[in-house]
Design a protein around this ligand. Structure first.
Ligand code: ZN
Length: 239
C-alpha cells in the first residue's frame, strides 16, 4: 500500500510524514495561496517535502516562507535542498539561527554519558548542510502565516526550540518538546541541550488552547489533545 504523502490536519494545514510517522514536516497555506513549510526532516527528506507540495496543488513558486522548529539534523537535514528548490531562506528562533547557518547541532546535555559522547563526536564536523537564514523569530511573535502563527519558545531540547500555535485552526505543533511515538513521551534525553529545561518549558503547552496537537515525531492527536498533554505533564512534573 502506498503511504500517504500528506495528512490533512485542518482546512489549510497538512502534515508531511517524512520518515513514516516518525519524522514530520508541515504545510500551512494562506487563503491567497502563499505556502509556508515547517521542518524539512532528514537529509533525504527534501524531495519528499517538494512532492507533498505538488500533492496539495501548490507550486515551488507559491512557497513564501520556510520555518524550522529547531536546528537538529532530523528537522534541518532537508532544508538546504528545499531552500534551493524554492529560492527562499529560513526563519527560526534567534538562539538556534547560528547553528542552522553553520550546519551544526546545538550542544547535547553533558549530564548524560550518551550526550557527552554524541557531543564530542558531532563537534568534529557538520551535522547537516548549512541552512540560509533570513529571519529570527522571537517568543510571542505572531508570524503573518495563514491568519497568524504564534511562536512559543520552548527551549531545552535546543536553545532556540519553538512550538507553534495556529490559532485559526486551533492547532498546536509541539515540535520536539513532546513526542507522540507509541504514546506521549519526552524526547531522547541525550539529544537535548538541557533535558530538565525541556521538561520545564513543555509545561507551557498545557496552558495553550488547541483542538489538534501535531507532533514533529509521531502522529497527531485529534481527540482532546490538550487533556492528553496535561495528563502527561501532570505525571511528569518538572523538577
Ligand atoms: Zn527531532
Amino acid at each position: 500500500m502506498a503511504r500517504a504523502l500528506v495528512v490533512q490536519l485542518a482546512p489549510n494545514v497538512w502534515r508531511i510524514p517524512l520518515v513514516r510517522d516518525f519524522v514530520n514536516g508541515f504545510i500551512l497555506r494562506d487563503d491567497d495561496g502563499q505556502v509556508t513549510l515547517v521542518d524539512m526532516g532528514v537529509k533525504s527528506s527534501g524531495p519528499k517535502v517538494m512532492a507533498a507540495l505538488a500533492v496539495i496543488g501548490s507550486a515551488p513558486s507559491d512557497v513564501t516562507r520556510l520555518l524550522l522548529t529547531h536546528a537538529h539534523p532530523d528537522h534541518a537535514g532537508g532544508a538546504a535542498h528545499v531552500a534551493r528548490e524554492t529560492g527562499r531562506a529560513f526563519t527560526l528562533h534567534h538562539d538556534d539561527a547560528a547553528y542552522a547557518n553553520e550546519g551544526s547541532s546545538p550542544p547535547r546535555d553533558r549530564s548524560f554519558l550518551l550526550g557527552r559522547l554524541v557531543d564530542r563526536f558531532s563537534r568534529a564536523g557538520r551535522d547537516f548542510e548549512p541552512v540560509p537564514v533570513e529571519h529570527e523569530m522571537t517568543d510571542g511573535e505572531v508570524l503573518p502565516i495563514a491568519g497568524g502563527l504564534r511562536v512559543v519558545h520552548t527551549p531545552g531540547h535546543s536553545p532556540g526550540h519553538v512550538s507553534l500555535l495556529h490559532e485559526d485552526s486551533r492547532l498546536l505543533i509541539t515540535g520536539d518538546a513532546i513526542f507522540n511515538v507509541r504514546g506521549l513521551r519526552w524526547p531522547v534525553k541525550s539529544f537535548c541541550t538541557d533535558f530538565r529545561m525541556t521538561q520545564r518549558t513543555a509545561h507551557l503547552l498545557g496552558d495553550l488552547d488547541y483542538d489538534v496537537a501535531a507532533f514533529t515525531h509521531g502522529p497527531e492527536l485529534r481527540d482532546r489533545p490538550r487533556e492528553a498533554i496535561r495528563t502527561f505533564l501532570a505525571r511528569h512534573p518538572a523538577d
